[in-house]
Design a protein around this ligand. Structure first.
Ligand SMILES: [Zn+2]
Length: 708
C-alpha cells in the first residue's frame, strides 16, 4: 500500500513536472466518476495504459492542493492546514489503491513495467512534500499551540500524528542536514534494493536435482511441486529443490536422506554469505552506518531509539525486556525438546548427535508419535466455504454485522467474491472482497488491503476491504480444502479485514489499520483464537462429503499439535529479533565484521547449537531490504502478547462471544483505528496493561515439559 504521509524511501528534489492528461480524461475510467454500485472500481473497464496518465493527473492535482495549503495567506489553523491535508490527494489514493491491488493480486508484464515507473514517480512526488519547510512550519505552529486549541481528542491525535510524520522525515532540519538526509535516503534505497537482488541471486543460482532415490520421504505433492519448479527453469522431466523457504522447511521436515538435508540446510543458511558477487555483508555494514548517521541528524543516539520512539514499545529497553522474558522459557523448552529428539535418534539406532538439519525431521516424527496427527487427516473437515462461513459467523456473534454475497460488483479476476456487510441495524457498512486462490499472476503470501478506507470527513464513506490468499483450488470440481495453517491464515487476514470494515473515525489518515507496526497484528492475531475454539470447529468443521462434524479425538489431537515444537519456533524468532535490536542499538562500528558480530551475540544469549536463526543477517530482508521492520522485527511478538492477553478477557467472562467484552473490543480496538493512542486503547479494553504470561501459556511454554 502506498503511504498516505509516509516518508518516501528515495529522495528526489526536482520540482513536480506532471504533464496534463485532460485530453484523455473522458476515455480513462480512472479519471471519471464511477457509476458502479457503491462507486466501486470498474475493473472490467480498466486497462494497463490507463494508469500512467491517471497517476500524472493525480500527482498534479495533489501537488497543486499541497501548494495551496502551503501558501495560504490566512493564519494557519487546524482546518486550513491539517484538515486540508486530509482532504488532499483523493485521486492519488483512488488510483494507487486500484493499481497496487493489481500489482499484488493480478499483475502482468505491462503492470509490472508501469510499477517501476510509478515507484520512482511516487518518491519524486512525496519527498518534496515531506521535506517542505513552509508547510511544516504551519503544522509546527499548530502543534506548539495545541494546548489552547480546543481540539477534540481525535483532532488532537491527528495533529500529533501529522506533526510527528513530518518531523521524523526531517522537515524541520537545516537545509544542509536535509541535503545530507536526502543523500542518505537515496543511498539506503539503493542498498536495500541491492540486498534483495543479491538474496534473490543466491537463491536463483542454487538448485539440487532430485533423483528417484533422493525423494525418499517426500510426499507426492512435494515431488509434483519439485517437477513444476524444474519445468519453470526449463529442465522439464526432472525434479529439483530450490531455496524457497516453504520448500526448504518441508524438505527438512520430511526427507529421509540425512545427507541431502544437510546439503539443503547449509545452502539455505549461507544465502548472501557466500563470498561471491551476491555477498551482503558489506551492504549491511554500510546500511547500519547510514542509519546511525540519519538517526543522529534527527537527534537520536541510535537508529533503534529513533525507530522505536514512534511505536507502542517506545524504547529499545522495553523491546529487550519483552524478548528476554520470552527467551528464557523458550530456550529451556527447546533444550528439553532437543534431549527428547536425541533420545529418539538413539532409540532408532542412530549413532550421531542431533544437528540443525535434523531438528525438523525428528520433531515431525515425535509429533506423529505423540499426537498421532498429521494435517491430511483434518483437511476434509476444513472446506474453504465452511471456514469463510465460520469467520463471518464469529463476526456476527461478536459485532452484529452480517454478510450477503453480491454478484453485481466488478472484480479483477473471476475467482474474486464480494459480500455486502451490514451493521446490526441493517445499514450498509462495507464491501468485503475475498480473493482466495493461488494463480501465477498473484504474488505469494496472504494479505489484507483496501480499495477505499472508511472516513466521515465530508459525509460517511464506507470502506472497500480486500483479503487475498493463496489457497489451492480443489481438484476436479471438488471444493477447496484447507490445511490447519490455511484456516488460521483465513481468520488472520479476516481479522485485519474487520479492522478496516469496523473502522469508525473521521479522518482518512487515522482509518482502520493506520496504526503502529507493533499494534497492527493485534486485531488479526486475536481473531485466530476463535478459529481454534472447539465451539467454532464443532459447528463449522464438517466433512465436505458426509457433513459429519470433526470427531472429538481428532479435534483434541489437532489442538494438542498446535503447541508442539513451540520452543524451537520461539527460539528461532526471538533470537532473530534480539539480533535485529543489537544491530540497531550498538554503535555501527561494532558490527563491521558481520559474521563475528552474529557469533558473539548468539553466544551471549546461549543460542542452542542445533537451532539456526530464522533469518541470518545476510538474508534478513525484513530489516535490510528496506527499513520498515528495522529494529521492528519484534513487532509480531509484541502484538502476540496483546492478542493472547486480550482473548483472556473472553475466557475470564466464560463466553468467547461475551457481549459486554465484545462491545469493548469493538469500541476500543476494532473501530478506533489510529484515532487513539494504542496503549490507552488496550487499557480501555482490558482494564490493565497486557501480561506476557498469556503468550507463554498459548505457546505451551509455561506447561510442564513433556506435556506437549
Ligand atoms: Zn497480519
Amino acid at each position: 500500500m502506498p503511504q498516505k504521509y509516509g516518508t518516501s524511501s528515495m529522495s528526489e528534489t526536482a520540482p513536480n513536472t506532471a504533464t496534463q492528461a485532460q485530453g484523455q480524461a473522458q476515455d480513462n475510467p480512472l479519471l471519471i466518476a464511477w457509476q458502479t454500485p457503491h462507486q466501486t472500481p470498474p475493473f472490467d473497464a480498466l486497462k494497463p495504459e490507463h494508469f500512467l496518465p491517471a497517476f500524472e493527473q493525480a500527482f498534479a492535482d495533489h501537488a497543486a492542493e499541497v501548494a495551496a495549503i502551503t501558501h495560504d495567506p490566512a493564519t494557519p489553523d487546524f482546518a486550513n492546514t491539517v484538515t486540508a491535508l486530509e482532504r488532499s490527494g483523493k485521486l492519488l489514493n483512488k488510483v494507487s489503491a486500484v493499481f497496487y491491488d493489481l500489482v499484488s493480486a493480478h499483475s502482468n508484464p505491462a503492470i509490472l513495467e508501469i510499477d517501476k515507473e510509478v515507484s520512482l514517480r511516487m518518491a519524486r512526488h512525496w519527498n518534496p512534500i515531506m521535506m517542505n519547510a513552509v508547510l511544516f512550519g504551519r503544522i509546527a505552529l499548530l502543534h506548539e499551540n495545541r494546548a489552547d486549541s480546543k481540539l477534540t481528542s481525535e483532532e488532537m491525535r491527528l495533529l500529533e500524528r501529522t506533526y510527528t510524520r513530518f518531523h521524523r522525515s526531517g522537515a524541520g532540519l537545516s537545509e544542509e542536514a536535509k541535503k545530507r538526509m536526502a543523500e542518505i535516503n537515496e543511498r539506503l534505497a539503493h542498498l536495500g534494493t541491492s540486498f534483495s537482488h543479491h538474496l534473490l541471486g543466491d537463491e536463483q543460482d542454487w538448485v539440487l536435482e532430485l533423483s528417484e532415490a533422493d525423494c525418499a520421504g517426500l510426499s507426492d505433492s512435494f515431488v509434483a511441486a519439485a517437477r513444476a519448479a524444474a519445468e519453470e527453469r526449463g529442465i522439464a522431466g526432472k525434479a529439483i529443490m530450490t531455496l524457497s523457504r516453504s520448500f526448504v522447511e518441508q524438505f527438512l521436515k520430511s526427507s529421509h536422506r540425512r545427507d541431502l538435508r544437510e546439503k539443503v540446510y547449509k545452502a539455505f543458511v549461507a544465502r548472501g554469505d557466500n563470498g561471491n558477487a551476491n555477498d551482503n555483508k558489506e551492504i549491511i555494514v554500510e546500511i547500519l552506518a547510514l542509519r546511525e548517521e540519519s538517526a543522529r541528524l534527527l537527534g537520536f543516539p541510535t537508529f533503534a531509539a529513533y525507530r522505536l520512539e514512534d511505536s507502542m514499545a517506545k524504547t529499545p529497553e522495553a523491546v529487550r525486556g519483552l524478548l528476554e522474558r520470552v527467551w528464557k522459557p523458550a530456550r529451556a523448552r527447546a533444550l528439553a525438546d532437543r534431549d527428547e529428539l536425541q533420545a529418539l535418534i538413539t532409540a532408532e539406532g542412530g549413532n550421531f548427535a542431533l544437528a540443525p538439519w535434523d531438528w525438523r525431521y525428528y520433531a515431525e516424527k515425535l509429533r506423529q508419535i505423540r499426537a498421532n496427527f498429521d494435517d491430511g487427516a483434518i483437511k476434509p473437515y476444513l472446506a474453504l466455504d465452511h471456514m469463510i462461513e465460520a469467520a463471518f459467523d464469529c463476526a456476527t456473534r461478536l459485532f452484529g454485522i452480517t454478510f450477503t454475497e453480491r454478484k453485481d460488483i466488478p472484480v479483477w479476476h473471476p475467482d474474486v467474491r464480494v459480500w455486502e456487510v451490514r451493521d446490526a441495524g441493517g445499514e450498509h457498512k462495507a464491501l468485503f472482497y475475498g480473493d482466495y486462490f493461488a494463480r501465477p499472476s498473484k504474488r505469494s503470501g496472504a494479505w489484507m488491503t483496501s480499495l477505499r478506507d472508511q472516513q466521515k470527513l465530508d459525509g460517511a464513506i464506507a470502506p472497500l476491504i480486500i483479503n487475498v490468499c493463496n489457497f489451492a483450488k480443489g481438484a476436479d470440481g471438488q471444493p477447496a480444502l484447507l490445511s490447519p495453517d490455511d484456516a488460521r491464515t483465513l481468520f488472520h487476514e479476516f481479522g485485519h479485514g474487520l479492522h478496516g470494515m469496523l473502522s469508525n473515525v473521521t479522518y482518512p489518515s487515522l482509518s482502520g489499520t493506520s496504526v503502529f507496526t507493533d499494534f497492527v497484528e493485534l486485531p488479526s492475531q486475536l481473531y485466530e483464537h476463535w478459529q481454534e475454539r472447539p465451539e467454532v470447529l464443532q459447528r463449522f468443521a464438517r466433512h465436505y462429503q458426509t457433513g459429519e462434524p470433526l470427531p472429538e479425538d481428532l479435534l483434541q489431537r489437532f489442538l494438542a499439535a498446535r503447541k508442539f515444537n513451540q520452543g524451537f519456533a520461539t527460539v528461532e524468532f526471538v533470537s532473530s529479533a534480539l539480533l535485529d535490536l543489537e544491530f540497531h542499538t550498538q554503535p555501527a562500528a561494532a558490527s563491521r565484521d558481520v559474521d563475528a558480530f552474529e557469533k558473539a551475540e548468539l553466544a551471549k544469549i546461549g543460542m542452542p547449537a542445533e537451532i539456526a536463526l530464522r533469518h541470518r543477517p545476510t538474508q534478513f530482508g525484513h530489516i535490510f531490504s528496506g527499513d520498515h521492520y528495522a529494529s521492528g522485527y519484534y513487532s509480531y511478538m509484541w502484538s502476540e502478547v496483546m492478542d493472547a492477553d486480550a482473548f483472556g478477557a473472553f475466557e475470564e467472562a466464560g463466553n468467547i462471544f461475551d457481549p459486554a467484552t465484545a462491545k469493548r473490543l469493538h469500541d476500543d480496538i476494532y473501530s478506533s483505528g489510529g484515532s487513539v493512542d494504542p496503549e490507552a486503547a488496550y487499557v480501555a479494553f482490558r482494564g490493565r496493561e497486557p501480561e506476557p504470561d498469556a503468550l507463554l501459556r498459548r505457546r505451551g511454554l509455561l506447561d510442564e515439559p513433556k506435556a506437549a
